[in-house]
Design a binder for this molecule. Sequence first.
Ligand code: ADP
Ligand code: MG
Length: 490
Amino acid sequence: VWANCLRVIQATIGEQSFRTWFLPIVPVALQNNVLIIQVPSTYFYEFLEEHYVEELKRAIHQELGPEGRLEYSIVVDQGNSQNQPRTLNLPTTRKAAGPAPVATPAAALAAGPMSSSARNVAAAAAAPMAPATLRNPFEASKAVDRHYLHSQLNGSYTFENYIEGDCNRLSRSAGLAVANKPGTTSFNPLMIYGGVGLGKTHLVQAIGNHIKASNSDKFVLYVSAEKFTNQFIESLRANAVQDFANFYLLVDILILDDVQFLSGKDKTQEMFFHIFNHLHQAGKQIVMTSDRPPRDLVGLEDRLLSRFKWGLTADLQSPDFETRMAIIQNKMQQDGIDIPPQVVEYLAHSVNTNVRELEGVLISLVAQSSLNRREIDLEMAKQALRHIIEEVEAEVNIDFIQKTCAEYFSVPLDLLKAKTRKKEVVTARQVAMYFAKEHTTHSLKSIGHHFGGRDHSTVIHSVQTVSDLIDSDKAFRGQIVELRKKFAGK
Ligand code: ADP
Ligand code: MG
């Protein structure tokens, strides 16, 4: 029957379109007057419904008579390594059920909502088929109030105020390309990585803002991986995982900030993997950031990491002197601040870690200047810098060390104080104890107490283990050096 339908359709549309949109369709089952066809993605379904309703209708009626109906089965998650293709059985009766915002249903083809028997046929015919874990995403339009669809973007992060330099050239231009043509470049997903305060969030927000300004019909969503995780956990608790998934399937451009946060959170990763596949297959744009290159994302599943390679990974480096100058000048202009050139130069010279810190110094300078009713001068700048360095040093207490080590090794902070013997956690815990001994005046007993009530011999053992490893393992030594910088101030 489907072959005959194809012949009818082929006669009426162009060869290219036919090849693109009809050859990939797999006929799945025919029961009474209902023909079930399988299409590769939701996007595919939408496109067919939007552009070829008439052709499909004519062909079906010619083959099956006026009672003939067509139903879609949509394959999502093709790349799922658990190799259970999931299907979404989309009734073509969206109009009867209430207007769907995205798809134009072929109401004429469908006499009523999909019967359960038809659904079973579809499931049986395309075996092995797991029960659909995601309901029709378009149904979410009923559950989700449109006013929730807020992009969560901060409009002040733009490309205009994102200063270009050698440190960010590739990332910036890739970002701009994605912003101009979301979902259609080969940069999908786009993964931006770089150290803290180097402009990841600014850049990906700029992408979102740019798209929002030029494609107002697109639903752009910015979300930190942390918020994503919390929302997911909350949905588990509230028994509303389906709503959670449905919401994310509505997104056209998904920006997930700080994916390293997903490390070790298997359930959340699985959900993200699912959403990722679905959106990617539907030609939606995905943008992510990470504080380290993907190969160093310990605790992220390989199947998820392998997805990142589908697109482009680009890094952000520390800005060089000229770029730092330009960033300060731009910031001054934006905020209407006036600072003598030699002070700007001094700041650009002295603060060479990251942009956030640079901005921090600037803000504190401005605050002091207005507090003391004094013009900003070199003396004041030096004073301010001293102040900031002291602050960094004062922050080196056990909490800070634990937090920094947990972050660095991508393990949840609370596990440092828990009983777990997982290797990554043990390493992070031992290193944190090592630095606590090195950088604070706490006794061994007190350090043990801060790590979930361990005794002083455990602390001694940890410090010893770390010292031994520093001697024997070059890569590990590198990590310690890197970490020590975070505690040493400047
Ligand atoms: P990250 O997300 O990498 O930690 P952010 O994007 O939050 O860093 O950047 C920190 C601060 O530095 C922000 O205020 C941001 O606007 C600013 N910034 C970073 N890079 C640039 C740049 N190239 N031009 C202008 N401002 C920048
Ligand atoms: Mg950030």
